[in-house]
Design a protein around this ligand. Structure first.
Ligand SMILES: C[S@@+](CC[C@H](N)C(=O)[O-])C[C@H]1O[C@@H](n2cnc3c(N)ncnc32)[C@H](O)[C@@H]1O
Length: 275
């Protein structure tokens, strides 16, 4: 028991284990994440529809969606991709949650408005070529290690058409300042979120100071199985994201407060990058 508790409390090396796929694709979790994603009461997995609508308007006004080829990375249940298609874009949505993709297809725009969904891991699957716009919205670069970010940025660069734009947002240093280390524990912790069966869960929050990284690690102990889920987040200053994008070959990098959202919240900022 002592050894197990010691292991549960041990601080892992930064970005040592990637388990994002478990969180989004394990059947029980995928279902709970989809509910969170669509909930208008929490912004844990996506922004509320009002903010999404403003972002789509902003992108449309700025780049003109009609007739553009758009690839939405981590499209989830299609809350952006379907709206892009309704504005006349030719959209490809990629996500590794088949559960979310099923929802996206079911709630897609009417026939004739071209949107194609693919269940795939964007770190390993080929991306569509010659895209006018590639979106990675709601800070989806942040759970990735530096090596994974380099892989993804290089794939995005190669998938853009000449003049194409990469539109993304990231968590800011201001959000990192709000992270405190903590330990919580409970039976069926988070209201049964982690399993349909009874379990005991430990939730530890770690801060990695010079790296501006946080980790929420959940150890979920069921009768016959123990799972550990690592939720890493990299926080960025404008200089840091600019440097990573420049290293990946992007030449024009514009930092924005956001994409037409209510900017009372300084925890994220937006970026538009092109070659
Ligand atoms: C925080 S949600 C944001 C979804 C959407 N962009 C939005 O704002 O509503 C992250 C999404 O990215 C997907 N995802 C995360 N990592 C992925 C990967 N490596 N390959 C494909 N999809 C991924 C998840 O399944 C999830 O749907």
């Amino acid at each position: 028991m002592y050894d197990q508790l010691a292991e549960i409390h041990q601080r892992p090396g930064v970005f040592s284990t990637y388990t994002a796929d478990l969180l989004w694709t394990r059947p029980h979790l995928a279902n709970r994440m989809l509910h969170l994603h669509l909930s208008q009461d929490t912004a844990l997995a996506s922004r509320p529809y009002t903010a999404i609508g403003r972002t789509v308007d902003w992108i449309d006004n700025r780049f003109g969606l009609d007739g553009r080829s758009v690839c939405d990375l981590g499209c989830g249940p299609g809350v952006y991709a379907n709206r892009f298609a309704e504005r006349g874009a030719i959209v490809k949505g990629i996500d590794f949650s088949s559960h979310s993709i099923e929802y996206a297809k079911k709630h897609g725009p009417a026939e004739g408005e071209p949107v194609t969904y693919r269940v795939a891991n964007y770190l390993t699957a080929p991306l569509p070529e010659q895209q006018d716009l590639i979106t990675l919205i709601y800070c989806d670069l942040c759970p990735l290690s530096p090596a994974q970010r380099r892989t993804l940025l290089s794939k995005v660069r190669r998938a853009l058409a000449p003049g194409g734009k990469f539109i993304l947002d990231v968590f800011s240093d201001t959000a990192f300042a709000d992270v405190s280390e903590a330990v919580s524990y409970g039976k069926n912790y988070m209201d049964g979120f982690w399993s349909a069966d009874d379990y005991f869960a430990f939730h530890l929050v770690f801060r990695y100071e010079p790296d501006a990284v946080s980790l929420d690690r959940f150890t979920v102990i069921e009768e016959n199985e123990t799972s550990t889920i690592y939720n890493w987040l990299q926080y960025f200053s404008p200089d840091r994201i600019r440097a990573e994008l420049e290293q990946a070959g992007f030449r024009t990098i514009e930092i924005t407060d956001g994409f037409g959202e209510d900017r009372a919240d300084p925890s994220t900022f937006g970026i538009i990058a092109s070659l």
